[in-house]
Design a protein around this ligand. Sequence first.
Ligand SMILES: [Zn+2]
Length: 239
Amino acid sequence: MLKFIGSGSAFNTKLGNNAAYYKVGNQMLLIDCGSNIFHRIKENNLLEGIEHIHVLITHTHADHVGSLADFIFYSYYGHGEMGKPNVSLYSVHDVKIEELLTINGIIPGVHCLTKKCQSDTQYTLNFCKVLFEWSSHVKELPSYSIELYIDDKLIYYTGDTNSLKASLRNPNESNKVYDYVYVDTCKADYEGNVHLSLRKLSELVRPELRSKFWCMHLDEGFDRQEAEMLGFNVVTNEF
Ligand SMILES: [Zn+2]
């Protein structure tokens, strides 16, 4: 369903920072824009035929926003009609993305359009519906998961987190049945981990539910085969 520009954790330079995208006609949805994502977008001509990009931001760790300012400046000066904003940014107000971008020299409202969202509130974008939900990650920064409704499919994208909400573990008890669940998964497994280890994910998700789960944000020690043997899917980068 979603495609991935990068599917790695902060230090996984081989797979790149975790960032998903989806294209419909001349519009593109992009989730996060970490340190090496602008480079990958440009090198792979990902913006060809795209006139407007809707960017959803989960949180402000550098592996999720590190090249966002470069991307916005490029879209303003180097892609499409010069001097016309073609990026719309969506994030929850307490993520403070406007403050971050302003320090980078971006003028919200000029170089890009911004929407300060409320959590647990659904917003209708050009071709999809979006809802941010608070997720457990680090205490220094607010971090959000994203529920997406695109082409009659309900998608859950955890962003960075070390937990899984109950309705994902027990869909029978929920009024929401997700078609795709993209979940931050790592090999690293230690007390206080701010990401979700494959071991913990396996404890939380019963085998019969695992075919809807897609591991992403993979660390270097992550064993794709091990995850697949357990019944999970693992995302791959795709341009
Ligand atoms: Zn993070």
